[in-house]
Structure formats: C-alpha cells, structure tokens
Write a protein that binds this ligand. Structure first.
Ligand code: ADP
Ligand code: ZN
Ligand code: ZN
Length: 712
C-alpha cells in the first residue's frame, strides 16, 4: 500500500537527460521538485558536476519509487514560458528510442535544438519576450496553375483519404505542386494545423523554402514557413524550433532531423524523394526519418504523403494493391503520375559498350561528339562520376607501391589541385611524394579516375570547340571538394542556372532535385562499380541515381520543342545489357522494381525480411569479432524471446575494416518478422552490456546496433 506523501514532501520526477553513451542507463533519472510539473516540461537539472537540460517524463509519488528522497537532487530550474512538449512528441521519441535501441534521454535531447541545451532559463525568457517581427505584407499570392488531370486525381485522393500515400511520379510530373495543394488544403481546413515537409538534402531546402514562402506567406503570414536543417546557425535553428513548438510556424521544411520537431498541431507530413538514403541517420540513434514520419503520422492521425520517381523497394512493396491472403499488401495507397508536365519527354538513353572502346577510354568518341554538339548549340551537359579527387590511388610502376593510408585499410586519394594525398575515411592528408617511398623510382602514376581528372580531360578534349558566345568552353565541377566553403554550392549552382557553364562535372550532388533549365545531355561515364557490389541495395541506389540524373535533362519543354533539341542520357558501361541499364533505357521503374523484388524474395532479403546490424569497434579484429561472437553465443544460450525467429550470422569485418587505426566488425541479425526481431533486440540489449563488461573483451572501443541498416 502506498502512503500518500506528506504535504511538505517533495515530488519525485523522472527526467530524460543525455547520459553518456553506453552507460547502460535509459537516460531517465530521478529528481525532486516542490510542486508537480507536467510531463514534457523542460528543466535544468544537476548531472554530476554539470547542470544540463532535461525533459520531465513522469511524475511519481515519492513513496512509490524512491523511498529515500533525501538521496535525490532537486531540479535546478524550470524553463518558464515554454509549453511542455506534448504527448505526441514524447510518444515519438519513446518509440524511436525503443525501436532503434538507444537511450530515451539521448534521443529526446538530440531531438531538441542544441542552443536550447545551453540557454539558462532567464536567457530563454528574454528570447521568448523578443517580439516576433510584425508580419510583413509579402506580395500577393501568385495565381495558381491549373492542375493537370493526373495532379488533380492525386490531389483529390489525398484530400479524401487517410493514407499513408505513396506518390509515384516521374521527375517533372509536378509532385511539388501536389505537395503544395495537399498542405494548403489541410492548413485551410483548420486554422491551427501544421505541416511538416521533408527533403533529403540541405541544399534543396532553400529552393523549396522559396517556393513554399511565395505560395503561403500571403495567405498564412510571413512567419508561417520555417526551415530546420543542420546548415543553419544554432540561433536560426532555435528560432525555427520555437516557432514550430509555439504554433506560429504552420509549415516546417527540413531535412531528416525535422521529423523530431515539436509540432503540436501536426496534420500532414510530406516526405519528398522518400527513397533517398540520407533520410537514414548514420550515427547516434540510427533512425530512418521516412519511417518515423509514417509512424508519427499514424500515431497522431496526420496524413502522410511519400513521393518519389523511384520509390524505395520497401515503400513500393508496401503499396502493392491490397489482396486477400497477402497481409502486408495495401499498407500504403499508391498514386501514379506518369507524365511530365508540358509533354517534355524523358531523355533517350544511349548506352556505350566500353568493351568496344580502346582500353583506358574515359570519354568514348560518340559521347564526346554528343557533348561537343551541345556546346556548339549553347546547351548544357552534365557529367556524373561518383568519385571525387583526381585518382583513387597513386601507384609505383617499378615496385608496385600504392598510396595506402597508414591508418586505414584504404588508399589515399590523389588530389591534383593541391598536390595532396588524402584519405576519405579518416582525413589524413600528406604531400604527394616526388619519388616512390618504397624504391625511390620517380615513376609513380595515378590509377583510375575521379572528378578532378574528368574536368581536366574534358577541358583538353573540348579545347578547340566554338560555343555561340565565343570564348573557351566553360567547365565547372561540383563535389564535396569544391563546395566546402559556406555559400560555395549556392554560388556554383547559380552559375549553372544563369547559363554560365557549358559542361557540369560532379558527383551525385548534382543529380539531385535541381531544376537546371538548359541541360539536354546527362552522362554517367563509369557507373559499373555498383553493379557487382556486395551490398544488395547497390543496384537500387544506382538505378535511382541514374533516373534522377536523367530527370535533370530536358526540363525546359518549350525550348526542346522550339529548337528540336535532342535530349539524351548516356551510359558508358562494360555491361551495357545489365538489368539496371535495360530498365533505365525504357524508364521503366516498375519493371526494375519487379525484377529486384523477385530477387529479394528468392534470397529472403528486405523487404521480405527485417535486419539489424551489431557493429563492434576495437583495437584488433580478434577483439571486435570476439565480442560479437560472445554476445551471439550468450543470446542463443539464454534462448531470448524471439530468438527462434531470428538468424544470427557470424561476425565479419566491414568492407573497409580499419579506419583511423580502429578495427571494425559487424554481425547481421535477420528475421522474417519485424516484431520478433524487435522483441529479440530488446531482450538482447542488456546481454550486450553484460558481455561488454566481461574483461575478456578488454580492448573493445564501442558497439552499436543499427536497426533496418541501409548499408550492409
Ligand atoms: P517534380 O517535383 O515531380 O519533379 P515539379 O513539381 O518540380 O516536378 O514540376 C516540374 C515543373 O512543372 C515545375 O517547373 C513546375 O512549376 C511545373 N508545373 C507543375 N505543375 C504544373 C501545372 N499544373 N501546370 C504547369 N506547370 C506546372
Ligand atoms: Zn616503387
Ligand atoms: Zn585513413
């Protein structure tokens, strides 16, 4: 029998705080406070010798939980003026922590803007008092375009149904316009309703923000649209976050982190390019923002609209028409927009069989001729190669020395621009040696090629070509190396948009989402690497990338029609008849998906099974693998719940097994049932902690679990 606390007894609160990673704690610690605080209240609490931000998770009666409240420390301060984080947000965080096997406190605190962690209550109070700038009279709303029949049909379905919807729409079919209409309808129906719109890349948010602001500021006010992504300053992020939390922001546009925004009146979630791998967080809590968006929508009764020209095979499979006896079918409602607006056809796909080309050819003669023709007509070309730097490795012709990274099981990449060797895994950089460090021979040569080399070779190959404006052919390169400086990417993209670039060379960065108007040719010069990767998702990613790249061509349908321009996508391959390129040739995502899903079903791979990876990092492979093997043996010996439906594979080294002198191993855990895998992982978690504490595994640096891993 619990004894009601005496009036003077302090209340005990459990508070979510960020505990050290792998402390084994769930991140909920008990504190006392004189008066009750509703769950979701933001507080400052002592932790060790520091004072940290926390979120009140529960209020318990002192006598029930901690008989000795004198051992507990009091809450240090309450962030006044901020409404508690609502139940929906807390459920989302709780689910994410459970599902992705992380401490609740870690997920909760990581979901809040960093500046909120550092502000003292009085600083925050001052921030909140600062009056929001009066709504500017931003211009009148631009007139709405008339929807195409396909868009209208989709709009009507989304307005009428509950979803989740998977909008399968060709690049340029007008998906964004459909998102705008869907959001508008929801916001008009309820004056407090909020919308969350996610995009994969930071560099796509400004474009989208401009489009949403132009459309919605006149109707809902200049403060109605805010962004949330990691490219913002901490102050900007806090401002957006507060606006969303307080309800002044009606629309939040953001990258994956935005899925955790506090949105008390969330009624619709849009996930653009839902197949994009960057929705998966690759450190800390390894969540999928796409999957959490679907969960959050269902949990809060909000509409969910996923969109893509090349849906993930998971979403495609979930949206197969509902059929009796097929329990997973019809989970999403599939909507289709096959036509490009303005009848701009998708590019004609031309495949070059590189077996027929001289060895070492970078640009085959027909591709070079096609690019030359574009330059002469004043049109733009885009050349894709997914490898930056000049060459992936330097090589000594005499003794076979290679530019290996001293700290990783990887080569250091040759960067010609600054004559450096750089490891793309650990960042180690050094000057290019004058002579071979192995034998002293001066004969060291680059092997293979990267974007720098492509840019250089194109400049040579196109040197004599005349462009309509006169002057040399203008080649630009966009990759992680050229865009490091703040604002560099925007500036380079602006040059492409302004027509100041004839040929754009780059990594996948340039394939995503950009609405370049003058591009009539896109080329993938060396896409074969992904065809025979050990990662079963590599072909899916390659196909999506190539389709997306193809979608950059011929976007100005009027120009194409007027000038009779040939719009082309070129692929150079040693395997031009590969299923990926066959499907690309006919722009047939559905055929590709069917073929891939059949293979996955045969091999019992996702979406026909569910996976988790346990990763271990240690000083030696033996320790890393030993830990995993011991944890696996312990799981089987203890017959943990769910284990009968789970396959535990043997530990293996990662593809790049050593990075920065750390040896990495992983172990795959697989089950045909998601629930069984979840049950098993939950029960296994404490076992992993116990195993880690065993002195046998001294030398283990860390371990982590990746649920629904995207990269195997
Ligand atoms: P997606 O997101 O499917 O690639 P967008 O929404 O960007 O396509 O639309 C492609 C182009 O077509 C854009 O320039 C857009 O302004 C235009 N557009 C979209 N819907 C219409 C419409 N109903 N009428 C005319 N133009 C449209
Ligand atoms: Zn040598
Ligand atoms: Zn390295």
């Amino acid at each position: 029998m619990s004894v009601p606390p005496a009036v003077s007894d302090p209340l005990v609160l459990s508070v979510a705080v960020q505990t050290p990673a792998h402390s084994g704690l769930d991140g909920l610690l008990s504190y006392t406070h004189a008066s009750p605080l509703p769950p979701g209240t933001l507080v400052r609490v002592p932790l060790g010798r520091r004072e940290v931000l926390g979120v009140v998770w529960d209020t318990a009666e002192a006598a029930d939980t901690a008989p000795d409240t004198t051992a507990l420390r009091p809450v240090a301060g309450v962030l006044e003026g901020l409404a508690p984080l609502d139940e929906g947000w807390r459920r989302l965080v709780g689910f994410a922590a459970r599902y992705y096997q992380r401490a609740l406190g870690e997920v909760a605190l990581a979901a809040l803007p960093p500046q909120l962690r550092d502000l003292r209550p009085e600083q925050l109070a001052r921030r909140l008092r600062r009056k929001a700038a009066a709504d500017a009279q931003a211009d009148a709303a631009p007139p709405l375009v008339a929807l195409t029949a396909e868009q209208e049909a989709v709009r009507a379905r989304v307005a009428a149904g509950a979803g989740p919807f998977l909008l399968f729409g060709t690049t340029g079919s007008g998906k964004t316009e459909v998102y705008l209409r869907a959001v508008q309808a929801v916001l008009e129906a309820d004056p407090s309703a909020q919308a969350l719109v996610m995009v994969p890349e930071i560099n796509l948010t400004p474009q989208l923000e401009a489009r949403f602001t132009a459309r919605f500021a006149p109707q809902f006010g200049a403060q109605a649209v805010v962004s949330l992504h990691s490219g913002m300053t901490p102050a900007q992020r806090l401002k957006s976050w507060l606006a969303a939390h307080q309800g002044t922001a009606r629309i939040v546009l953001g990258t994956r982190m935005a899925v955790f925004a506090s949105l008390p009146a969330l009624r619709i979630l849009v996930v653009d390019e839902e197949h994009d791998p960057s929705y998966k967080q690759q450190e800390g809590a390894r969540y999928s923002a796409r999957d959490l968006a679907v969960w959050r929508g269902r949990d809060q009764g909000a509409k969910v609209l996923l969109g893509s020209a090349t849906p993930s095979l998971e979403s495609w499979h979930a949206s197969r028409p509902a059929a009796e006896g097929d329990p997973g079918s019809g989970r999403y409602e599939r909507l289709h927009m096959p036509s490009r607006i303005g009848a701009g056809a998708l590019p004609r796909v031309r495949r070059v069989d590189m077996n027929q080309q001289p060895r070492g050819t970078v640009f085959s003669a027909p591709l070079l001729a096609a690019i030359t023709e574009r330059v002469q007509r004043g049109e733009q070309s885009m050349v894709l190669l997914n490898r930056r730097g000049y060459a992936p490795v330097l090589y000594c012709v005499d003794c076979g020395w290679k530019s290996d990274c001293p700290h990783c099981s990887a080569h250091q990449v040759f960067h010609k621009t600054d004559r450096s060797l750089r490891c793309h895994h650990c960042g180690t950089a050094s000057r290019v040696p004058r002579a071979c460090p192995g034998c002293g021979s001066p004969d060291i040569v680059p092997l293979g090629r990267g974007t720098e080399q492509l840019e250089e070779q194109l400049a040579q190959l196109l040197a004599g070509v005349q462009r309509p404006g006169g002057g040399p052919v203008r080649i630009a390169r966009i990759d992680a190396d050229t865009t490091r400086a703040q604002g560099a990417l925007e500036q380079q993209l602006a040059q492409v948009h302004a027509g100041e670039v004839d040929v754009l060379v780059g990594t996948q960065m340039i394939a995503k989402g950009h609405d370049f108007r003058r591009i009539t040719l896109v080329a993938a010069v060396q896409p074969d690497g992904a065809l025979f990767s050990s990662d079963f998702r590599a072909p899916e990613r390659l196909f999506a990338l190539l389709m997306q790249a193809a979608g950059r061509a011929g976007r100005d349908a009027d120009y194409v029609a007027r000038e009779g321009a040939a719009v082309e996508m070129w692929v150079q391959s040693l395997h031009p008849k590969h299923a990926v390129f066959e499907a690309l040739r006919t722009h047939d995502y559905e055929a590709f998906a069917a073929q891939q899903l059949a293979e996955r079903a045969d091999a019992a791979l996702p979406p026909f099974s569910y996976q988790a990876l346990v990763r271990a990092d240690a000083r030696t492979q033996a320790v890393a693998q030993g830990f995993l093997a011991a944890a696996s043996a312990a799981a089987q010996a203890a017959t943990l719940p769910g284990v009968e439906h789970v396959t535990l594979y043997p530990p293996v080294p990662l593809t790049v097994q050593r990075v920065a002198n750390v040896e990495r191993a992983q172990m795959l855990v697989e089950s045909p049932h998601r629930a069984a895998l979840q049950r098993f992982l939950a029960a296994w978690h404490p076992v992993l902690h116990t195993t880690r504490a065993d002195p046998a595994h001294r030398g283990l640096i860390r371990w982590l679990v990746d649920v629904d891993p995207l990269v195997i």
